[in-house]
Design a protein around this ligand. Structure first.
Ligand code: AMP
Ligand code: MG
Length: 391
């Protein structure tokens, strides 16, 4: 059995090669750019109106003669004389020699003449060519996470494909004879299977799309065959349950039979003691305890950092902070603990119901309080390490 810090250190030292690929821009939300994106155009590409109004070539009077109209999308250019202007609309090409735009609300028009009573400033309401970005400049740097706004920005520069860190392909293998799929009738001795959906959901939050679900009974041969198949086809294999020491837990034996290199098995922690981590060829394998709360905590603490590294993310793990504990806490046993908790402002409350089978507490928690193995008790009002859960 190893300590939490040793397990995290082993994980951080495990080598891997990130997958880089060129994807369609539309498929790249949430992913990190693997290279700088250079703009091929000026943005805006032409002198552009920011408002609906009149583009003018200024002179020393407040009345102007309107000699034409340019609407959004038109390619025309007018050559204005001082005192002349055109009707113009938002997004339209501004004549090369127009030097201001007056919004229509500030104009009185009669036939083809307008008069303006308010002050006019040079270049007002005109977007200069390349004002947002110039051709050849870096639009977004390597390592930027693409968001809806980032995708919109690049699409506006005409970009259709981007080279990104692609997420791993992930297999989820669910073990357990007692498990029934939600929606089916619940029979005596059975429970609804929830780990696979829980894991799938947290993977989807990370923008992982290639997830394959496998289901096996507590039976040695099929467990082994399924794990082999999952290893062959995925970068990361997450196994739920069957990793403990019961007579019907076959995952550990199957993994060694398949020549998986064991990097650790069993951590001095609660929940999630029987966590296994290993590699097989280039596939990373985690066998997570079946208890739903243990499974999720092990995911957040140990699996998430690996996935983040695979996806080019440098600030890995969940955000950690310190908060003031609202009640005295006494730890039982000598294992480190991850406790479901609720942060509010500067304080954190450790919730009732910490059993590793109890998901209700997790469902209403927004944090995990970490108590190191060498800590026995903490008095109310002291600070505790608090891991913030993604909301
Ligand atoms: P195991 O790690 O296989 O010994 O399972 C530990 C506990 O977690 C048992 O009470 C199982 O019934 C429960 N469990 C295992 N897998 C799942 C699952 N996929 N969904 C819900 N509960 C599970
Ligand atoms: Mg089981």
């Amino acid at each position: 059995m190893i300590s939490v810090s040793m397990a995290l250190s082993i994980i951080s030292k495990t080598p891997f090669t990130p997958n880089l690929r060129t994807l369609l821009l539309k498929d790249a939300n949430g992913l990190l750019l693997a290279e700088d994106i250079i703009s091929n155009i000026h943005m805006p590409p032409f002198k552009q109106s920011a408002m609906d109004g009149y583009a003018l070539l200024l002179h020393n009077k407040n009345s102007y003669q309107i000699v034409g109209e340019v609407k959004a999308g038109d390619a025309v250019n007018y050559s204005l004389e001082p005192g002349q202007g055109i009707r113009i609309f938002t997004g339209a090409r501004v004549p090369d020699n127009a030097n201001t735009i007056v919004i229509q609300e500030k104009v009185n028009r009669s036939e083809n003449t307008i008069t303006i009573d308010s002050e006019i400033h040079l270049n007002q309401n005109i977007r200069a060519v390349g004002e947002q970005i110039k051709k050849g400049d870096i639009a977004l740097t390597k390592g930027t996470k693409l968001t809806p706004a980032g995708i919109g920005f690049l699409a506006g520069l005409g970009v259709t494909e981007v080279k990104v860190y692609v997420p791993p392909t992930v297999a989820i293998i669910t073990t357990g004879n007692e498990l029934i799929t939600p929606g089916e009738e619940l029979k005596e001795g059975k429970i609804y299977e929830s780990n696979s959906l829980q894991l799938e959901t947290v993977l989807q939050q990370l923008h992982i799309k290639q997830i394959t679900n496998y289901v096996v009974q507590d039976e040695y041969e099929s467990t082994k065959e399924t794990i082999q198949q999952a290893i062959n086809n995925n970068d990361l294999v997450l196994i739920s349950g069957g990793i403990s020491v019961g007579d019907y837990d076959f995952v550990k034996e199957a993994l060694s039979e398949l020549h998986t290199e064991e990097l650790f098995y069993k951590i001095k922690q609660k929940p999630g003691k029987p966590l296994f981590f290993g590699t097989n060829n280039k596939t990373m394998i985690f066998a997570l305890p079946g208890n739903p709360a243990s499974s999720l905590t092990c995911f957040y603490i140990y699996v998430l950092p690996i996935i983040q590294k695979m996806m080019g993310i440098t600030a890995i793990g969940l955000n950690r902070t310190t908060k003031l504990i609202t009640k005295d806490f006494v730890k039982k046993g000598d294992r480190a603990q991850f406790l479901k908790a609720k942060v509010s402002g500067e304080t954190v409350e450790i919730l009732e119901g910490q059993s590793s089978a109890m998901l209700y507490t997790y469902a209403i928690a927004n944090a995990l309080v970490y108590i190191a193995e060498n800590v026995d008790s903490i008095e109310k009002g002291n600070t505790v390490e608090t891991i913030l859960l993604p909301q």
